[in-house]
Ligand binder design. Structure first.
Ligand SMILES: CC(=O)N[C@H]1[C@@H](OP(=O)(O)OP(=O)(O)OC[C@H]2O[C@@H](n3ccc(=O)[nH]c3=O)[C@H](O)[C@@H]2O)O[C@H](CO)[C@@H](O)[C@@H]1O
Ligand SMILES: C=C(OP(=O)(O)O)C(=O)O
Length: 422
């Protein structure tokens, strides 16, 4: 099990390339199951989650090759059953359910297990697929979906108690591409990753309108064909490096980003006193650490609101920003595992009822800390960059789920980090 040693106190400078989006790549890789023709997907980040998805496609019978960011997947002769051993490792594997059901008229996928960031049911996914005519059964820890006569378009409202569902929208949208007739998804998730998936599906011959808004209309087609597609930049990786640059930087440039997708994160970084300057094309930005820093209030919300996937990293930034910050996570109210570890480094944080109250301290100090999930581990790395001494971040496999070569990127910017194998 790898751990990361971060020797705090160095200054970050220079430029770094942001990778393709993990959360766009995962459903797009699953969507390759909708056709028997070749799909070529570029800018897939080399992280363990995309590797698991490739393994799941392989286990389903697909022929998948991967080289330097490009995945070629041919899903000619596939089975309808996703193996538990692979599915259990990654919650996002649930997004093979919609494509398998549409293509094979049957899908068997394990019920996802518990998740440290909070309760993550799949009731909305199932409600949507049922509305398209699937029969849903549970057996031996699996969800079994069947639609022997094919799926039929329907009007579906995917609104849940805590807002829209991203992967639920993806699953229903993918299934509806091959359904007979028209499907309307109301209260759809409007995240850029959903739009990227819709663009991929449309390039395969699907007829989808309205993706990127809360109402998506899909006219079913008989078949989809092969496609070449380049995944959008990872806005959460970009946001994480923006926070690192604000914490410990002296002018850090991020290349290959999308300004439009970064509006709420940029606003939060600026609200705490730093500057973010984009180039005219909006595909690169430079973050400069501010002089008059101030705490700020954040509430996570569905896109275009502030992303829950950037809550932990901003909490780390605000832990050493003067003043009081109040951070509320409305999407995953239990997603505050990082706070206990940040407190072990000297942060002053109280968590109550889905809200963290952070009183900025002058300095954090190094400690051995435990990563509990992907973004919590990123928050610990950020905190360690400015802490006094050497922080050891254990269970690095969490960060490897979603950050491509994070240690190499930080080293290039001048951080003193070491990956240690145990
Ligand atoms: C691989 C991927 O893209 N993961 C992202 C995706 O996860 P994911 O798509 O799993 O998250 P959802 O958007 O579904 O979850 C949003 C909220 O809805 C609830 N819910 C969800 C489904 C359901 O059937 N019933 C239900 O009640 C969840 O518990 C949560 O409170 O969106 C989340 C919210 O932006 C991000 O944090 C994840 O990084
Ligand atoms: C929570 C995340 O991913 P997943 O939904 O795959 O757990 C994330 O990317 O922050």
């Amino acid at each position: 099990m790898d751990k990361l040693l971060v020797h705090g106190g160095t200054t970050l400078r220079g430029a770094v390339n942001i990778s393709g989006s993990k959360n766009a790549s995962l459903p797009i890789l699953a969507a390759a199951l909708l056709t028997d023709e070749d799909c070529i997907i570029r800018r897939v980040p080399d992280v363990s989650d995309t590797n698991y998805m490739v393994q799941i496609l392989n286990a389903l019978g697909a022929d998948v090759e991967r080289s330097s960011g490009t995945v070629r997947a041919t899903c000619a002769d596939i089975s309808d059953t996703a193996p538990y051993e692979l599915v259990r490792r990654m919650r996002a594997s649930i997004c093979v359910m919609g494509p398998l059901l549409a293509r094979k008229r049957r899908a068997v996928v394990s019920l996802p297990g518990g998740c440290v960031i909070g309760d993550r049911p799949v009731d909305l996914h199932l409600r949507g697929l049922e509305a398209l005519g699937a029969k849903v059964e549970f057996e031996g820890g699996n969800i079994i979906l069947t639609a022997p006569d094919g799926l039929r378009g329907a009007e579906i409202n995917l609104s849940g108690p805590l807002g829209p569902t991203v992967l639920g929208t993806d699953n229903v949208m993918m299934a509806a591409t091959l359904a007979e007739g028209i499907t309307v998804i109301e209260s759809a998730a409007a995240e850029p990753e959903v739009l990227d998936l819709a663009n991929f599906l449309n390039a395969m011959g699907a007829k989808i309108e309205g993706a990127g808004t809360s109402r998506i209309v899909i006219e079913g087609v008989e078949r989809l064909h092969g496609v070449e597609h380049t995944v959008i930049p990872d806005r959460i990786e970009a946001g994480t490096f923006m926070a690192a640059a604000a914490l410990a930087g002296d002018g850090v440039t991020l290349r290959r980003v999308c300004r439009e997708h970064l509006k709420s994160i940029t606003a939060a970084i600026e609200a705490s006193g730093h500057t973010v300057e984009f180039n005219a094309a909006g595909d690169a930005c430079t973050i400069r650490r501010g002089e008059n820093l101030t705490g700020c209030n954040l509430v996570t919300a569905p896109y275009p609101g502030y992303p829950t996937d950037m809550q932990a990293q901003m909490t780390a930034l605000l832990a050493t920003t003067p003043g009081i910050s109040v951070i509320k996570d409305t999407i995953f109210p239990q997603r505050f595992m990082h706070c206990a570890e940040l407190k072990r480094m000297g942060a002053d944080i109280k968590v109550d009822n889905g809200t963290a109250i952070v009183r900025g301290v002058e300095k954090l100090s190094a400690a051995p800390v435990m990563a509990s999930d992907l973004r919590a581990s990123a928050a610990l790395v950020l905190a360690a960059l400015t802490a006094t001494g050497t922080t050891a971040i254990n269970r690095l496999y969490h960060i490897d789920r979603g950050y491509e070569h994070i240690d190499e990127k930080l080293l290039m910017l001048g951080a003193a980090v070491e990956r240690v194998k145990e």
